[in-house]
Design a protein around this ligand. Structure first.
Ligand code: HEC
Length: 150
């Protein structure tokens, strides 16, 4: 009962916040869209690493650039006061409590992608090794800052 009431309040507050950030910054949609972009780029790299797709230097470069740019811009979606941007949000309140760490983790994913761009993996095995480095960032951040909704 109590939880339901809280959820309703969060929903109403969330709707207000969404209209203020109608431009897409700091909204649940904005965050999810960015993470989907990163997820898509990571999936493209995984396809090459697993040999499902042929090695393609241009595709690898494009994926790494997407990850780099998106990861660096991602924390802009977590402005103060957007904690309850959506009832569907999987963004943990811990993000706002540890914003410096959250930003550092996102930046690290960006710079790891930059490092791979500077020394582009030369074959599928290299892409796989690079993915391990990138992937550690995903899991590390999600474990602390992403709450899985049922
Ligand atoms: C700095 C922290 C951070 C890093 C690094 C990070 N994520 Fe996320 N990710 C999040 C948060 C927070 C959410 C939940 C967003 C929400 O629901 O508002 C999320 C959600 C997602 C989602 C779900 C989007 C949806 O449809 O709801 C996918 C997919 C995803 N991340 C993929 C990745 C991949 C792949 C990587 C690594 C290449 C990665 N993430 C790295 C913080 C991070």
């Amino acid at each position: 009962m109590r939880l339901k009431a809280i959820a309703a309040v969060v929903l109403v507050v969330g709707m207000g916040v969404t209209s203020v950030y109608a431009a897409g910054e700091g909204t649940h949609d904005g965050r999810v869209a960015m993470m989907k972009k990163i997820g898509g780029a990571t999936g493209a790299l995984a396809g090459i690493a697993k040999g499902e797709k042929p090695y393609d230097a241009e595709a690898i470069k494009a994926a790494l650039m997407t990850i780099s740019e998106t990861a660096k811009a991602f924390p802009d979606q977590f402005k103060p006061g957007t904690e309850n941007a959506s009832a569907d949000s999987e963004a943990s309140p811990k993000i706002w409590e540890n914003m410096d760490d959250f930003k550092a983790r996102s930046a690290k994913l960006g710079t790891d992608a930059d490092t791979l761009l500077a020394q582009l993996p030369a074959d599928a095995a290299g892409v796989g090794a690079g993915l391990k480095v990138l992937g550690a960032n995903c899991g590390g951040c999600h474990q602390i800052y992403r709450v899985k909704k049922e």
